[in-house]
Write a protein that binds this ligand. Structure first.
Ligand SMILES: NC(=O)c1ccc[n+]([C@@H]2O[C@H](COP(=O)([O-])OP(=O)(O)OC[C@H]3O[C@@H](n4cnc5c(N)ncnc54)[C@H](OP(=O)(O)O)[C@@H]3O)[C@@H](O)[C@H]2O)c1
Length: 204
């Protein structure tokens, strides 16, 4: 069965964005993107680049990993506010939201029902893996369904912001097994973990 993969950029202290929830990698962002990080992304995960970036870089590769992308409404709205109604036109695109209503784009499916149930259905349909873009709140909703965690680690700390699993995640320890790693000269790293069947015992 295909997997749900949380493929996410994180600081060393576990944040995916600053406290304001804006795009940290945008023109006014604080998050540096090293050249070797981008080169690795283009070589290994070209399908995770947004459509406008793919067009600018003349990237047409389908990519080996994902054919479907799921994201939370607040992450989706970052592109929407910039006039991009479908940042991933080369992938099947689902946005989870109970408030958006009608989709701004015929190619984007708005899902107002339980994300866990919808992701279970998507897994059953087969195909390449499903990319969970984020953000933290949706990742927390899908915590138990995440099979693979690919952390794109940036060599920086920010002290406060939106954590990997949002601000309201439950305390639920899980073990992950390191499957591969790529450490770059810039200090950024791509770390791939699979959910470990071992259950962690938490003493109270
Ligand atoms: N570092 C990275 O690689 C990366 C990647 C993506 C995003 N981000 C950052 O993440 C931030 C946004 O993350 P976020 O945690 O604030 O928000 P988010 O997870 O993107 O979106 C939250 C929204 O998703 C919907 N949602 C979440 N759980 C749901 C559930 N159980 N059922 C139905 N809908 C559900 C809700 O929409 P409604 O309120 O409409 O119901 C909720 O308000 C941004 O700053 C963005 O830049 C970073």
């Amino acid at each position: 069965m295909r997997k749900l993969v949380y493929f996410i950029a994180s600081t060393l202290d576990g944040f995916i964005a600053g406290p304001d929830g804006a795009d940290p990698t945008g023109p006014d962002g604080f998050w540096p993107i090293p050249e070797d990080y981008v080169a690795h992304l283009i070589a290994e995960y070209p399908e995770t680049l947004p459509g406008p970036a793919r067009a600018a870089l003349s990237i047409t590769a389908e990519g080996a990993h994902f054919d479907t992308v799921v994201e939370g409404r607040r992450s989706y709205e970052i592109g929407l506010k910039a006039g991009v109604t479908d940042a991933y036109p080369h992938l099947r695109h689902l946005v989870f939201s109970r408030t958006l209503g009608e989709s701004p784009d015929p190619a984007v499916e708005i899902v107002a029902t339980d994300p866990v149930a919808r992701v279970k259905e998507l897994k059953q349909e087969g195909g390449k893996d499903i990319w969970l873009v984020g953000g933290g709140e949706l990742a927390a909703s899908l915590y138990t369904e995440i099979d693979t965690l690919i952390v794109k680690l940036s060599p920086m700390t920010i002290g406060a912001g939106i954590p990997l699993f949002g601000r309201n995640a439950s305390f639920e320890p899980a073990a992950w097994a390191l499957r591969s790693h790529k450490v770059l000269a810039s200090g950024a790293a791509y770390l791939t973990y699979e959910r470990n069947a071992t259950t962690l015992t938490v003493s109270s």
